[in-house]
Design a protein around this ligand. Structure first.
Ligand code: ITT
Ligand code: NA
Length: 186
């Protein structure tokens, strides 16, 4: 079975392929832009999935993700893209230089939609903390900052395979995969 994943981010494609391999789902990647409406991750994923499914005339998934930092009142959250491109990881570290509470989580919302149905949403979260510096060359964007709970290495130090075992994206895509297999009925 197959699913079309809409994203402009090649790192997400690589991770999603690794995850779907476990479920016998083949991923077709299409880079098709969609408006990111104001709202939470769920609102963005619902709107995006519906928008693209109708325009492409087939079932698709989209994913909206972000990093949520407790001591920054859960900033950057839904502003994660903009903040990564402007402040970057160094800017985040500066904002947090006096903060002893380092708790953070990555969240992922996967939206599935067909041209004729309403969107379905699948959520995933991973807890951890923001280190005092960037660690590692693996992964992308916020990965070098984030040390998952129970680990001493950042997502920037872990391999894609390791990250894929328990990441926010693993959890949301796994929920989707289990549901989708039943939905398609094989
Ligand atoms: P899309 O085309 O799929 O939207 P994107 O890169 O814009 O790709 P998001 O809006 O979901 O992705 O992500 C918001 C920001 O958070 C963006 O800067 C991402 O690079 C970053 N991000 C998302 N998932 C991440 C992860 O697993 N590790 C580190 N950073 C991540
Ligand atoms: Na995006």
């Amino acid at each position: 079975m197959k699913i079309t994943f809409i994203t402009g981010n090649q790192h997400k494609v690589k991770e999603a392929r690794g995850i779907f391999d476990n479920f016998g789902i083949e991923l077709e990647h299409v880079d098709f832009g969609y408006p990111e409406i104001q709202g939470d991750l769920v609102d963005v994923a619902k709107f995006g999935a519906k928008h693209v499914a109708v325009r492409l005339g087939k079932p698709v998934i989209v994913e909206d993700a972000g990093i949520f930092i407790k001591s920054l009142k859960w900033f950057p959250g839904t502003y994660s893209s903009y903040v990564q491109d402007t402040l970057g990881n160094e800017g985040i570290l500066k904002l947090m230089s006096d903060n002893t509470d380092r708790y953070a989580e990555f969240r992922s919302a996967v939206g599935f939609c067909t041209p004729k149905t309403e969107p379905e949403i699948f959520l995933g979260t991973v807890s951890g903390r923001i280190d005092n510096s960037e660690l590692g060359e693996n992964g992308f964007a916020y990965d070098p900052l984030f040390i998952p709970e129970g680990y001493s290495e950042s997502f920037g130090e872990l391999s894609t395979q390791e990250k894929n075992k328990f990441s926010h994206r693993r959890k949301s895509l796994e929920k989707f995969a289990v549901w989708y297999k039943d939905y398609v009925g094989d």
